[in-house]
Design a protein around this ligand. Structure first.
Ligand SMILES: [Zn+2]
Length: 282
């Protein structure tokens, strides 16, 4: 499942090629891949052709490209396995391409922008903008790398709830962009047990946790790079895009890099949590 660093890497890569391009043709191969476009596949195809694409933006797992004039945006929700793939004219076919847009770009000639999605939880849409955000993404909280993210409001919300702190980190209405992988990493870095109720996290630890979220995001972004080539890498955090640098996630049974105690894996919301039982005590 893509988390903030993966979505941001895609956004940066797209920005270099897509900004100021024009959609010259569109092909919806599977109407389920535009289910968020309520007027349907034919309407999507008809309306996207001819539009100018501007600088891409993101919030949580939503990524969007405002169109000429800025009143609308081409919106992508990446779901579990959605990918936006930028390909040259003659590049071989990828698997699971559901929507193809042909772009005339300023610096890279004609490119294909393919929306590939194996499991079809993702979707494209043309959506109207409200206050700089597509309507479908309006309910998603800002992410902690957003300059307008409100630290105090988040810390207050975290420390007044009885839900497990990890569940609160995954709540897209409180903070966006954090999924299972970076939640485990941030909790490990801040030495907080994932099942600690939010209201039992001290003010100092809560602040340390928010800093840890930012720190793991920035580290992943630095390793992900921002080159055009990166778009050719699959955007799928679960398969370990940044796995080489993880301290806790996916390392059950391996020694904690800080103290050597074996990392413990427990089940959590139909998935799993990884933590150090020594460094992260309740
Ligand atoms: Zn440890």
């Amino acid at each position: 499942m893509p988390e903030l660093p993966e979505v941001e890497v895609v956004r940066l890569g797209l920005a270099q090629a897509v900004a100021s391009s024009r959609v010259v043709a569109a092909e919806v191969r599977d109407p389920r891949a535009v289910k968020r476009h309520v007027a349907g596949a034919a309407d999507f195809e008809a309306r996207i052709v001819g539009v100018e694409l501007l600088e891409p933006a993101r919030r949580g797992k939503f990524l969007w490209i405002p169109t000429g004039g800025g009143a609308e945006a081409l919106l992508a929700h990446l779901g579990m396995s959605g990918q936006l793939l930028l390909r040259t004219h003659e590049a071989p076919e990828d698997r699971h391409v559901r929507v193809r847009l042909w772009l005339e770009t300023a610096h890279h000639g004609e490119l294909r922008l393919d929306f590939a999605d194996q499991r079809l939880f993702g979707s494209l849409a043309l959506d109207s903008m409200s206050d700089g955000v597509p309507r479908q993404a309006a309910h998603i909280a800002r992410d902690p790398l957003d300059p307008l993210f409100d630290d105090e409001a988040f810390l207050r919300a975290l420390r007044t709830r009885s839900a497990a702190v990890k569940k609160l980190l995954l709540d897209q209405n409180l903070i966006s962009g954090v999924g299972n992988i970076y939640a485990d990493e941030a909790l490990w870095l801040a030495r907080v047990h994932p099942e600690t109720p939010g209201c039992e996290v001290s003010a100092i630890k809560a602040r340390r946790l928010l800093e840890a979220v930012r720190s793991v995001f920035l580290k992943a972004l630095a390793e992900g790079g921002t080159s055009f080539d990166r778009l050719y890498v699959n955007v799928n955090g679960e398969s370990g895009y940044f796995a080489h640098s993880l301290n806790a996630y996916g390392r059950g049974g391996e020694p904690c890099p800080r103290c050597g105690t074996p990392i413990r894996r427990i089940s959590f919301m139909n998935r799993s949590s990884h933590f150090c039982p020594r460094c992260q005590r309740r």
